[in-house]
Design a protein around this ligand. Structure first.
Ligand code: DUC
Ligand code: ZN
Ligand code: ZN
Length: 477
C-alpha cells in the first residue's frame, strides 16, 4: 500500500503534453504517483469535473519595485503573492531592481528583505540592470548567476533605466558568458521622448496620449535593434510584453532566420485596447489602463493570437505592475493629472491571467488546454530554470491548480486579493476559474478563500536556462 499525504482523485490531469483522467498522489510536497484508483491518502480531494493542472508560473510580475516613474507600487510580496494564488498561480518571478549607482548584490539583498516572510507562493528573482559598470558585469553578475539569479531584464526606455546600444551589447555579452537569460523591454527612448514632447506642446495631455506617444513602430524598431544586438553577440534573448503585430513579426522573422529569440505576451494585449485609455478629462478612468507598451486594438489581438498559435510566443505573463488609482499615491495623483507622462506605467493582473487566457483561448477554441498549460506554466519553468516546477509528474513539486473549466465569473475587484484599489478588467466576463490552488501539497486557496500563510512561499534559486545557451552559429559563440 502506498503512503500518500494527499490524493487528488477523479480529475482530468492536463500537462503541456497531454490530458488523461487520473488520480494524483502527493507525499512530502512532491507528486509521487499518477494512476488509476490510487490507494487512499490522509487527505482526499474529489476533483471530478475539474482539470488538474500545474500551478501557474507567472514569470513577469513587479512587486515592491521603486520604478516606472511613479509612486510606490500597490503590491509588496504579501498582497502580490496573495493575488497570485487567488488566480491559480504557485510561483512568481518578480524583479530585483538595481538603481543607478547601486550594487546589484545590494539590490538583491534588499529585495530578499522585502520578500522574507511575506510570500504566499514560491518565488525567484530576475535582476534588472540599470548601471552595467565593469564591476557589475565582471564580478557581481557572475556571482549572482551562480547563486540562482539566472535571468535579467534591461530597458530600452525610461530616464532612470534606459541603456544605450553600447551598454546593451555589453550586458548581452556578459550574460552570454554566464549563460544567463536576458529579457528586453523593447521601446525606443528617443522616439518616445520626441512624441511625448510634441504631444505636450499640442496640449494633448490626457492618458490616451500615452498610447499615441509609443505606437507600434516604436516597439518594432526597438525589437529589431535588440534582435540585431542579440545576433551580433550570439546571445539568446526574451522580448517581453509584446503588444501587437509589428514586434511579433520581428520575432518571427528572427526565429525564421534561426536566431534564438523568444517572445512573451500578456493578458492586456488580447483583452484591452488603447480606447480603454480614453477618458473625458484628466480625472477620468483612462489612467487605469496606462501600461507600457500600451494595449493596441482588435487587429493586434488577432496578431497576438496568431503569434501564440504559431509558437512565436513561448510565455503568456501578466506583467502585473500594480498602482493605486485614487489618492496621493494613485494614477491620478496631482502630478499625473498634469499630463500622461507622469501617470505610473503598469496595471495589476496576476489574478486574471489564467482565467482570461482560458476563456479567450481554450473556451473560444484558439488554443488547446495543453497549450494553455505550456503558456501559463511549463514554458516558464523550462525557460527560467525552475527544474521542479511546471508539470504534473512524479518528482515534481505538488504545485497544482484545480480548475473549473465551466465556471462563469464576472471579474471584480473583490475577487482580486491585490493591493490596488481597482482592476482594469472590472465587469469582464470569463468562463473558467481556479477552484483551488495547491502549493507543495498544501491547499492555499479554495473557492476564493485564502488558506495559505504568508510564510508559506519559498525563494527558488534557479538553474541556468537551457534556452539561454549561446548559439553555435553566432560570431562570438
Ligand atoms: N515594463 C514592464 O515590464 N512593466 C510595467 C511597465 C514597463 O514599462
Ligand atoms: Zn518592461
Ligand atoms: Zn513588466
Amino acid at each position: 500500500m502506498q503512503d500518500f499525504d494527499l490524493v487528488i482523485r477523479g480529475g482530468t490531469v492536463v500537462t503541456a503534453a497531454d490530458s488523461a483522467c487520473a488520480d494524483v498522489g502527493v507525499r512530502d510536497g512532491k507528486i509521487v504517483a499518477i494512476g488509476l484508483e490510487l490507494d487512499p491518502g490522509r487527505r482526499e480531494i474529489d476533483a471530478t469535473g475539474l482539470r488538474v493542472m500545474p500551478g501557474g508560473i507567472d514569470s513577469h510580475v513587479h512587486l515592491a519595485q521603486p520604478a516606472f516613474g511613479g509612486p510606490a507600487m500597490a503590491d509588496g510580496f504579501e498582497s502580490g503573492t496573495r493575488s497570485a494564488i487567488a488566480g491559480g498561480n504557485t510561483t512568481v518571478i518578480p524583479f530585483a531592481l538595481q538603481s543607478r549607482g547601486m550594487s546589484l548584490r545590494q539590490a538583491v539583498t534588499d529585495y530578499h528583505a522585502e520578500a522574507e516572510g511575506r510570500a504566499y507562493c514560491d518565488y525567484g528573482f530576475h535582476l534588472i540592470l540599470t548601471d552595467p559598470t565593469p564591476a557589475v558585469l565582471g564580478q557581481e553578475l557572475p556571482a549572482l548567476v551562480a547563486g540562482g539569479y539566472t535571468s535579467l531584464k534591461v530597458f530600452m526606455t525610461y530616464d532612470d533605466m534606459v541603456l544605450n546600444d553600447r551598454e546593451l551589447l555589453e550586458v548581452f555579452d556578459a550574460a552570454g558568458e554566464q549563460g544567463a537569460l536576458v529579457m528586453v523591454h523593447c521601446e525606443g527612448y528617443d522616439a518616445i521622448r520626441f512624441m511625448t514632447e510634441k504631444l505636450e506642446k499640442a496640449g494633448k495631455l490626457a492618458p490616451y496620449y500615452h498610447a499615441v506617444s509609443r505606437p507600434q513602430s516604436v516597439e518594432r524598431e526597438a525589437a529589431h535593434r535588440a534582435i540585431s544586438h542579440a545576433e551580433l553577440t550570439g546571445v539568446p534573448i526574451m522580448i517581453v510584453h509584446v503588444s501587437g503585430r509589428e514586434a511579433m513579426e520581428q520575432i518571427r522573422w528572427a526565429q525564421n532566420r534561426g536566431l534564438k529569440i523568444m517572445g512573451e505576451t500578456c493578458t492586456q494585449y488580447v483583452s484591452l485596447t488603447a480606447d480603454d485609455l480614453k477618458g473625458l478629462n484628466m480625472d477620468d478612468t483612462g489612467s487605469k489602463y496606462v501600461c507600457s507598451p500600451p494595449p493596441r486594438d482588435r487587429e493586434s489581438w488577432d496578431a497576438i493570437w496568431n503569434g501564440i498559435q504559431t509558437g512565436v510566443f513561448q510565455t503568456f505573463s501578466s506583467d502585473h505592475c500594480p498602482f493605486y488609482f485614487e489618492g496621493e499615491m494613485g494614477k491620478k495623483n496631482p502630478k499625473a493629472r498634469t499630463g500622461f507622462r507622469w501617470v505610473p506605467n503598469g496595471i495589476p493582473g496576476v489574478a486574471v491571467r489564467m482565467p482570461i487566457l482560458w476563456s479567450e483561448g481554450v473556451v473560444k477554441g484558439r488554443i488547446t488546454e495543453n497549450q494553455f498549460v505550456a503558456l501559463t506554466s511549463t514554458n516558464h519553468a523550462r525557460i527560467y530554470g525552475l527544474t521542479t516546477k511546471g508539470s504534473i509528474a512524479p518528482g515534481y513539486d505538488a504545485d497544482i491548480v484545480l480548475w473549473d473549466p465551466d465556471r462563469r465569473v464576472t471579474i471584480s475587484q473583490s475577487l482580486m486579493h491585490h493591493g490596488s484599489d481597482y482592476t482594469p478588467w472590472e465587469g469582464y466576463e470569463v468562463t473558467g476559474w481556479p477552484q483551488a490552488t495547491i502549493l507543495r501539497g498544501e491547499v492555499v486557496m479554495q473557492d476564493g478563500e485564502i488558506l495559505g500563510s504568508k510564510q508559506g512561499g519559498r525563494f527558488l534559486p534557479r538553474a541556468l536556462s537551457p534556452m539561454a545557451a549561446r548559439g553555435a552559429s553566432a560570431p562570438l559563440g
